[in-house]
Design a protein around this ligand. Structure first.
Ligand code: ATP
Ligand code: MG
Length: 448
């Protein structure tokens, strides 16, 4: 039987794996600049983390969770999102008791949702996101938007549209829900079964329906902007003013309600349509939430955060030819001239690796020419050749693959020799690898 990957999952390798690594590293780096710190909750949680934390009326809890009973008869779930996990982690470990507020955390890892696989939609996908917990203010909301925007700009997605809305406070949402119930009562029988249960559980969620035929009803629904309480309106005005002051472009979209039950006040989404015109859905989304920590018997702290879908980001980067240029390169490729020298090659590679050089070795010695080809294919800067003569005199031949200059060096001196080449190489900024500093006579310099 051919064993294949589970439907809705995908393998990541080669250039794409490099892109994931680059994108995730860059996101983490920028989050660190904004003083967010890394957290790693487990992939597996007790199901109530999500039934309580994400909310019974959300699509995620209603139909998308990978839930099973473990051998100890406990209901466990593969996390479908991170926010509830982080609230559980913060509350359980009482992180609020010993740290200044807001608590600022970022995370990165796989999440699982049983959805219909299609463009930009997997059953296992990766999220990177942040949470800022414990401060209820427009500026904390805006800080997360600025962070997300900075990240998207830095990875090359310049024409991002930020959609912004306010879901208001509890008073706002209660009044608005009533208005929606009255409005949709006339149409609900003609709408999709999902909307029919949303109508009962939380009519706000109807606005997030993705069924084409339902859009005509949703279009003319009452607008939340008309129901915002005085406090919520002031808070939303402050968010908009701050974003404008920081030159962050945004569009107010009052149909934006977000898919999870816990949101209140500021909510936002990041959209980017690739030049090919393919629409993968939002590349990221987030917002402010209250009451979530209380669900885990913690203090009544609000929070704000967003989450990016790494798959969607890598897809639009690929479409628009914006993938970071990461070629897997090596400092040195060690080439034993005979199978019996492979162990020596491994010793030499190990010696260089502990000094911080990236080194690979050839396990299947062949003709020198074909080993040089392998060194080239691996993008190696130097080739280190081990032959009979060399081993007898405890030396190797090291060849600069760029300049073709080669020298015989004592194995004991190899690290110092490479250190010297590499440090003087930095002074020669043409990248020719000739390490000649100012009186460089390499081909590139002669042409200048
Ligand atoms: P959507 O409306 O597209 O279903 P969502 O509101 O369910 O998204 P969030 O829970 O806010 O999404 O997750 C944050 C981000 O994760 C989304 O903006 C998107 O980029 C990504 N994402 C969500 N679901 C999937 C999926 N099934 N496959 C790949 N990425 C996803
Ligand atoms: Mg969804």
């Amino acid at each position: 039987m051919d064993v294949k990957n589970v439907k809705g999952t995908h393998d990541v390798y080669g250039e794409e794996a490099n892109a994931y690594m680059e994108v995730e590293n860059l996101m983490s780096h920028i989050a660190e600049l904004f003083a967010f710190r890394n957290v790693r909750p487990p992939v597996l949680e007790y199901s109530e983390v999500f039934t309580r934390g994400v909310g019974e009326s959300s699509d995620i809890v209603r139909k998308e969770m990978y839930t099973f009973t473990d051998k100890g008869d406990r209901s466990c779930t593969l996390r479908p999102e991170f926010t509830a996990c982080i609230m559980r982690l913060v509350t359980q470990n009482k992180l609020y008791a010993t740290n200044e507020l807001p608590l600022k955390y970022y995370y990165c890892g796989p999440v699982f949702r049983y959805e219909r696989p299609q463009l930009g939609r997997y059953r296992q996908f990766n999220q990177f996101g942040v949470e800022s917990i414990g401060v209820n203010s427009a500026s904390a909301d805006v800080e997360t938007i600025v962070l997300a925007y900075t990240i998207l700009q830095s990875i090359g997605l310049e024409n991002v549209t930020i959609k912004l809305n306010s879901l208001g406070d509890e008073e706002t949402r209660n009044n608005y829900r009533e208005a929606l119930k009255q409005y949709f009562a006339k149409y609900i029988e003609d709408m999709c079964p999902d909307c029919q249960s949303r109508f009962e559980l939380n009519p706000l969620r109807i606005l997030d329906c993705k069924v084409e035929d339902d859009k005509k009803y949703i279009q003319n629904a009452p607008r939340i902007a008309d129901y915002l309480s005085k406090n919520s309106k002031e808070r939303f005005d402050e968010v908009k003013a701050l974003l404008s002051a920081l030159s962050i472009p945004f569009e107010v979209d009052d149909s934006l309600v977000r898919g999870l039950d816990y949101y209140s006040e500021t909510v936002y989404e990041f959209h980017y349509t690739s030049q090919k015109g393919l629409n993968y859905g939002a590349v990221g989304a987030g917002g402010h939430y209250g009451n979530l920590m209380k669900e885990f018997n913690g203090p009544d702290y609000p929070g704000v955060g967003f989450s990016f879908g790494i798959e969607r980001i890598v897809s639009v980067l690929t479409d628009d030819d914006l993938l970071p240029d990461v070629s897997n390169s090596l400092t040195a490729y060690v080439m034993p001239m005979d199978k019996s020298y492979v162990n020596s090659a491994l010793m030499i590679a190990s010696m260089l690796r502990v000094e911080g050089y990236s080194v690979d070795l050839c396990y299947e010695p062949s003709k020198l020419g074909s080993m040089f080809k392998k060194a080239e294919k691996k993008n190696s800067k130097y080739a280190i050749i081990i032959g009979e003569n060399e081993l007898e005199s405890s030396t190797v031949v090291i060849k600069n693959m760029n300049t073709q200059v080669q020298e015989t060096v004592k194995i004991d001196n190899l690290v110092d020799y490479l250190d010297e080449l590499e440090s003087s190489d930095h002074e020669c900024d043409c990248g020719c690898g000739c390490h000649e500093d100012h009186e460089c006579h390499c081909h590139e310099h002669k042409e200048k």
